[in-house]
Design a protein around this ligand. Structure first.
Ligand SMILES: [Zn+2]
Length: 83
């Protein structure tokens, strides 16, 4: 009778996520919960409705953006420079 060798198919995945990655995750989740100005009506009422999709509570405008923030860092800098 042959005995099947059992290979563990779990393990490794949990250990793969180190502390630094978790830290980064909490930071982006923080950003995701913030409200952002709406490109359509200008109200700071844009909330993330799902990953990459943002919705304005004021005018109902939905648009796609980053997974965790509606604008990229480059856009932020450009906006800042205009005053
Ligand atoms: Zn709006």
């Amino acid at each position: 009778m042959s005995r099947r060798s059992r290979r563990s198919h779990v393990g490794g995945l949990g250990a793969r996520y180190g502390r630094s990655v978790r830290r980064r995750l909490t930071r982006v989740q923080d950003e995701a919960h913030q409200r952002y100005p709406c490109p359509n009506c200008g109200s700071v009422a844009v909330e993330r409705s799902s990953v990459g999709v943002w919705e304005c509570r004021k005018c109902g405008n939905t648009f796609t953006g980053g997974a965790y923030s509606p604008t990229t860092k480059t856009g932020e800098v450009a906006r800042r420079s205009t005053g």
